[in-house]
Design a protein around this ligand. Structure first.
Ligand SMILES: [Zn+2]
Ligand SMILES: [Zn+2]
Length: 338
């Protein structure tokens, strides 16, 4: 895919730059040109291929669209959320004399104190996997995978921690949309809506339970979808992966319907007691490597939500009472009020 240009109602230019941030993994990084203001929305992972890819895309904007820009002239950098494929290269801009960097306050901590975040999240993941029923050897291997980014990213000082409804740079509106990530934001630039990983065209954004990361979880995510659906006057959604979305409201409805269906599936699966590993296998089949973590988290987000709503109960409560971290068996509460 080539660089694509989008024009806002008053002529602000937004360039969608697809960049391969990890092998086979494409992120959309946006360059927003507004009068003299030059803003990057996300920066890629910071791997060699990601850096080279972004540099090539900027050169393409310069040559094909005759824009006088380079990475050196970027004044503002907005990070959509604290997932490594979106923020990994932020250190390039956050240094003294660099650009102004903006991150939601719930994700600023991750970038400011990355080491702490990784250690803590790994520990919560360990407990989660134990309770889910992942065998010890597999657990250690998965944890190692999860920690890969630890040596990869060095914490940076973030100057601008933003909040919901803030207006930044030239009046661009921040919408806080927690769920996929605690500090996930969407950005409204006139009639262009940058949705990052909150709303994607084809895949449904990954969910993980609040028990691993506070401010994640399905309840908040569904609320955040409704919130974005109420933003009026948007002509196109520009997401962090895949293609732009013209029917934003229709796409949001599809995503909500997808989760409702999956919640029903989980209730069906839990007709007899199931561990989270069992639920995950029934939903997604046998998964390997990092996809196994993703599948467990996705299943976990749905089970957690149903449990909080009182539609699932713990079938082996005696074990939970006696042992430190037993495998939890969930069962649909028959006749539950829906
Ligand atoms: Zn993400
Ligand atoms: Zn992403």
């Amino acid at each position: 895919m080539d660089v694509t240009r989008f024009l806002s109602a008053s002529g602000i230019r937004a360039y969608l730059m697809p960049v391969e941030t990890f092998p086979g993994h494409i992120n959309n990084i946006y360059l927003i040109l507004d009068g003299d203001l030059i803003t990057l929305f996300d920066v890629g992972s910071g791997t060699e291929m990601s850096i080279e890819g972004l540099e090539r895309r900027i050169a393409e904007v310069r040559e094909r669209f005759r824009e006088d820009v380079s990475l050196e002239t970027v004044q503002h950098v907005i990070i959509s959320h604290a997932h490594i494929d979106h923020f990994g290269w932020v250190g390039r801009f956050a240094r003294p004399g660099g650009a102004e960097v903006y991150v939601h306050e719930l994700d600023a901590r991750v970038l400011n104190n990355f080491e702490e975040r990784i250690v803590l999240a790994s520990k919560d993941l360990r407990v989660f996997m134990e309770r889910a029923g992942v065998k010890p050897a597999a657990r250690a291997a998965l944890e190692e995978l999860y920690r890969f980014s630890k040596d990869f990213f060095k914490s940076v000082e973030i100057k601008h921690a933003v909040r919901d409804r803030d207006r930044i740079i030239n009046g661009y509106r921040v919408h806080h949309t927690p769920g996929h990530c605690p500090g996930q934001i969407c950005l409204e630039v006139e009639d262009l809506l940058f949705t990052a990983d909150h709303v994607l065209a084809r895949i449904t954004p990954h969910q993980s339970p609040a028990s691993i990361t506070p401010f994640c979880g399905l309840e908040l995510y569904l609320q955040s979808l409704e919130k974005i659906r109420r933003v009026e006057g948007m002509t196109v959604a520009l997401p962090g992966h895949e293609t732009p979305i013209e029917d934003i409201s229709g796409r949001i409805e599809d995503i909500i319907a997808h989760h409702r269906k999956r919640l029903d599936q989980v209730l069906d699966i839990c007709g007899a007691p199931q561990s989270l590993v069992g639920v995950s296998k029934r939903l997604f089949g046998e998964q390997m490597s990092y996809n196994r973590i993703l599948a467990l988290e996705e299943a976990g987000a749905h089970v957690e939500y149903l449990f909080q709503l009182g539609e699932l109960r713990i079938a082996n409560l005696d074990d939970v009472e006696r042992e430190p971290n037993p495998v939890i068996q969930y069962e649909a509460r028959r006749g539950a009020v829906v």
